[in-house]
Design a protein around this ligand. Structure first.
Ligand SMILES: CC(C)(COP(=O)(O)OP(=O)(O)OC[C@H]1O[C@@H](n2cnc3c(N)ncnc32)[C@H](O)[C@@H]1OP(=O)(O)O)[C@@H](O)C(=O)NCCC(=O)NCCS
Length: 190
């Protein structure tokens, strides 16, 4: 039996692109991907709008032939952990196109992100996500942490995030994560 037309089994080709090097065509293709992956987002992913709140500085991009089918954004930043500053790689805009979901593309995206974060020398990866996908990140080695995370929302209001905060120990062990502290992102989620 042949596979449904929309399903692709071709190997994905991967690249890393710094934000200044993303072309207009790539921004447009990413907007299409995000519109498909985040249909309930308040962000209108139209035209060249390839970000929701904060913009990443580095993008992992997966292609099936010429078509962008996977993406993960990284932004290095210092957050405040209680009274201390903590360097981490903030991760967001994690997406696998519906046509390739359920085939390990998301897992590969997370594995590649871990390698990239290590190459950048990040002590930790960090992300905030909805309850529905926390288990996906846990499958990829991320650890849900109890810290309340405060941040600036897309509408400019400051909020304590009501979903899950997830950490990936990269160059530092999980024991070094300040589990008891409030995290202040002092900026927008990627
Ligand atoms: C989340 C997403 C990236 C997963 O991509 P994917 O290619 O389907 O994931 P994979 O097939 O590689 O799955 C990897 C593992 O995670 C699990 N998994 C995938 N999606 C999951 C989910 N939503 N909840 C719980 N587990 C999930 C899979 O069962 C698999 O587990 P296994 O190791 O036991 O087999 C993709 O579904 C997506 O883009 N969703 C829409 C956008 C989104 O919600 N992004 C996250 C924003 S924070």
């Amino acid at each position: 039996m042949s596979a449904p037309a929309e399903v692709s089994w071709a190997p994905i080709s991967w690249s890393e692109t710094w934000e200044d090097d993303v072309t207009p065509d790539e921004h447009a293709a990413l907007a299409v991907l995000f519109a498909r992956c985040f249909p309930y987002s308040r962000t209108p992913f139209t035209g060249f709008r390839s970000w929701s709140s904060g913009r990443p500085e580095l993008r992992l991009i997966g292609r099936d032939g010429p078509r962008i089918v996977a993406h993960l954004g990284i932004l290095r930043r210092f957050v405040r952990a209680g009274e201390a500053s903590l360097l981490l790689g903030d991760v967001g805009l994690v997406a696998a196109d519906p046509s390739v979901q359920g085939n390990g593309v998301g897992a590969e995206l997370l594995a590649r992100a871990a390698t990239t974060l290590r190459g950048l020398g990040m002590p930790f990866g960090f992300l905030t996500c909805g309850e529905a996908v926390a288990a996906f990140y846990e499958r990829g080695g991320w650890v849900r942490v109890p810290n309340p995370t405060r941040m600036v929302r897309a509408d400019g209001q400051v909020q304590v995030y009501d979903g899950a905060s997830m950490v990936l120990p990269v160059c530092s062990p999980m024991e070094d994560w300040p589990a008891g502290e409030k995290i202040d992102r002092n900026g927008l989620e990627v």
